[in-house]
Design a protein around this ligand. Sequence first.
Ligand SMILES: [Zn+2]
Ligand SMILES: [Zn+2]
Length: 260
Amino acid sequence: MGLRLFEQLKQCIAAVSASLKRTIEHSCAICGISIDITQPRLCDACLKVLPRVRSNQLQQLCLCCSEPIAAQTEHGRCGRCLRSPPAIDRLYSVYYYRAPIDRWITQFKFHQDLPLAKWFAEQLVQNLLPSATQNIDSLLAVPLHPARLRQRGFNQSELIAKQVAKMLALPAPRGRIQRIRATAAQSSLPRQRRRSNLRGAFKVQGPLGNHVVLIDDVYTTGSTVNEIARHLKRHGVQTVQAWVIAHATRKESPEASGST
Ligand SMILES: [Zn+2]
Ligand SMILES: [Zn+2]
């Protein structure tokens, strides 16, 4: 009898400890190992290998496209952005769009994950210079076409924008930019055709203010944010920044990625 009671007690303790473990641990979003709930979404090993975008003594980043340029370049822009200035005035990107971030963002696109949106937003906010957040009138997410939104059920950029707006107490009005034409996936097109593919794809409506931030998950050639920035500027917006989680460098292959 005493032995049976002991076995029951043992099972009971095992069940309680398993459920306790579930509440104090979750799994790393990249490699899946169990981590403490107080940790961010990644284990220490995965956090260390994330491809963060950083300037150093030898190179700084082009203000408009984040391509590396020589540290002593005074104007802060790469040759391409000087020859043909993009419509956005400033790009802030936290990571390079490569493993394991690329796979992780793809997963995020197809599974609504609010804690992850919050984590991405935190990384983004920590990466901004204090001057970037001054005098912002609207924080706007790059929209999906309504058909795509219905299919996916949520807009990943909007999830991030909502969190960023909350953290920085900035206005994030919805519906100011609409995607009115479904376009071929940018990733399926050569670089030269990406801009024409987006012509007439967006509609912008006010009030927008003078200084706008566009939030997107990934920047590859920049054709999407620049097309929207051109529209915004035609509607009187003076400066447009793009804040993104990751960007593909020109030396890598943006054609291989799944975004714009
Ligand atoms: Zn991990
Ligand atoms: Zn540039």
